[in-house]
Design a protein around this ligand. Structure first.
Ligand SMILES: [Fe+2]
Ligand SMILES: [Fe+2]
Length: 174
């Protein structure tokens, strides 16, 4: 998938300045879902948002840029850290927005897309269709990353492979 994304010149051009930023690059150091880094997760979410918004003639540039920054929180959310208040799921959209605003000029739509991307976990829905698209894309990417992790585990460890085959056989007999 990553090779495909980097080959899409129009898309890369839209987020080039973000990709070259040190803070955005730092997302490579933090895991998001299982073995996927925040950077890869955001890049994939950004690309899907871009494709969908382009297809429906929406503001794909804002969608791509905001999606690339939507998880720019820059900490290991699995670890409890000093000074971090509240649950990660509820607080990280605002942290990502604050970090983004320190380095980039974001329009109102981009700000809203980042801030509301956890809807419906966070109560207020996105104001723009592009934001709503990211809420679905984000969840799809999270599921895909989880599935890839488990698929890899099943295919590389014989014990999981045998357990999988055994469960399938049980299922067929039922
Ligand atoms: Fe997020
Ligand atoms: Fe995300």
């Amino acid at each position: 998938m990553r090779e495909l994304i980097y080959k899409d010149e129009e898309f890369i051009l839209l987020i080039k300045d973000l990709l070259e930023n040190n803070l955005v690059q730092e997302m490579k150091n933090y895991r998001q879902h299982y073995n996927t880094s925040c950077f890869d997760h955001c890049l994939e979410a950004s690309y899907y948002s871009y494709l969908i918004c382009k297809k429906f003639k929406l503001d794909y540039a804002s969608a791509a840029r905001a999606s690339m920054l939507h998880d720019l929180f820059l900490y290991d959310w699995r670890k409890r850290q000093d000074g971090r208040k509240g649950l990660h799921a509820f607080t990280h959209p605002r942290t990502a927005l604050e970090n983004s605003l320190k380095h980039f000029n974001l329009n109102k739509k981009e700000q809203d897309i980042i801030l509301k991307h956890m809807w419906p976990v966070t109560i207020v829905p996105p104001k723009y269709l592009e934001g709503l698209i990211l809420t679905f894309v984000d969840k799809y990417c999270a599921l895909r990353e989880s599935a890839q992790y488990y698929h890899k585990r099943i295919s590389t460890k014989p014990i999981y492979r045998y357990a999988y085959v055994f469960l399938c056989m049980l299922f067929i007999r039922m």
